[in-house]
Design a protein around this ligand. Sequence first.
Ligand code: ATP
Ligand code: MG
Length: 550
Amino acid sequence: MESTNNSSNFIKHIVNEDLKEGRNDEVVTRFPPEPNGYLHIGHAKSIVLNFELADEFKGKTNLRFDDTNPLKEDQEFVDSIKEDVTWLGYDWDGLFYASDYFNEMYERAILLIKKGLAYVDDLSAEEIRAYRGTLTEPGKESPHRNRTVEENLDLFERMKNGEFGNGEKVLRAKIDMSSPNLNMRDPVLYRISHATHHNTGDKWCIYPMYDFAHPLGDAIEGVTHSICTLEFEDHRPLYNWVVEQCEMEATPKQIEFARLNLTNTIMSKRNLKQLVDEKVVDGWDDPRMPTISGLRRRGFTPESIRNFCREIGVARSYSTVDVQMLEHFVREDLKLKAPRTMAVLKPLKVVITNYPEGQVEMLDAEINPENPEMGTRQIPFSREIYIEQEDFMENPPKKYFRLFPGNEVRLKHAYFIKCEEVIKDDNGNVVELRCTYDPETKSGTGFTGRKVKGTLHWVEAANAKPAEFRLYNPLILDEEKEEGKTFLDHVNPNSLEILKGFVEPNMSEAKANDKFQFFRHGYFNVDPKHTTSEQLVFNLIVSLKSSFKL
Ligand code: ATP
Ligand code: MG
């Protein structure tokens, strides 16, 4: 990793210099999502960076919706973005829409026309592309490039008034068709789109392009440092050209950083939208999605996401972060917060033949041994319990310390039990175990008579609460990109496994998004969408162990 944490990032260094040299007397940043999808973990990196940078210099951060493309944008996305930024723990200073500035942008476009720096072009999109040239060949000037100011003013106004159809005309900046930077070869500033806008309705049928709207939005808001991803580095000369030629008072500085990439993770709204639209997942908040709402439903905490974003730091070179690092931070965060409890995901019935029939005793158990302040809970124990199917083997290999015929194990918080008999169905499947227990071995009584090597979790059968467990594997398998294949061909067919088992009876009080550590299994979140009054549904957040080291 190039930069280890936020406190040493290169952007902070630039801001410091700007303040010291008097180029700025305050710091204003913005987070500028396009409301065309839900936010993902990559956006979180940008959110943490923008808000915490401004915060460090006692500055301001705006939330600005970059809503210049009415066909793709929607109020649903605006609402979800606000919810996600708030949930992550950030308060924006101003809430703005690029569309709030459409009037002013239009005026600035007229200013460019009057200065002879913009013209209306009739070439089609394909023609404009063909005329643009390549990195090795200069572009060709449009035959409409030298229209008079009067003609341009007239045509632009008629574009605005809806006299032309989509794509019939555009407004272009008049810069340099032989510039080595393709972005400077007369970029399009305005296009015609007869579409209803989520904010401005049918007021406009011409819309500014990102390269025109973004610098103007930044300048209008007095943004001092406009942070974006590296793909926009080549756009910076155009950004500066727009600010200067439109005679904006404020002169924001664009700074680029490398976007976040994660292993096994799709990080593009367009592709995530495809997964939603094609019903590969059950919505933007599917717990397998790298969206903020998906991570929230999976059980990730805002703290874990913020800490992850701080740790990955900010650099100018591309790298891919191991998704296990994100998991590391949620484990760290939940370690002291999440109550411990026992859950049996694949149940096998055990009858303790020498335990008195009809008796139920309550056992004391710590809620979190790593955080004794959380106190204790009571769990029932009786003649019939469930253990995990995987904790029994009829013919075990060497060094198998769990239950097998004749072997004795410890039940967590309870007694030693010994397997005496195996009951099978007609097909030879093990359906029940008959065990005996030793009353002398009760947990917490200081029994030292003999030792056993295995400790199993369990749930008392009569009082257990049925529950569903959803276990997740990566949604996308990282494979070599093959000719003619898309990311949809890399979707993991086994990304979701649903199990039905039992949890401790005191879990009946669990609420949506409560988080627990299931002994020996991992951290789980109560799913807010599928949980009903009848049945709890738990999402696996992360397993307990990881090979990942920071
Ligand atoms: P996508 O390609 O996923 O749609 P985008 O950049 O088009 O992403 P925007 O809504 O325009 O989406 O992004 C808002 C802000 O979030 C931008 O400033 C952008 O630079 C930043 N951002 C988007 N993706 C990432 C990422 N993977 N890592 C860091 N920042 C990102
Ligand atoms: Mg974008």
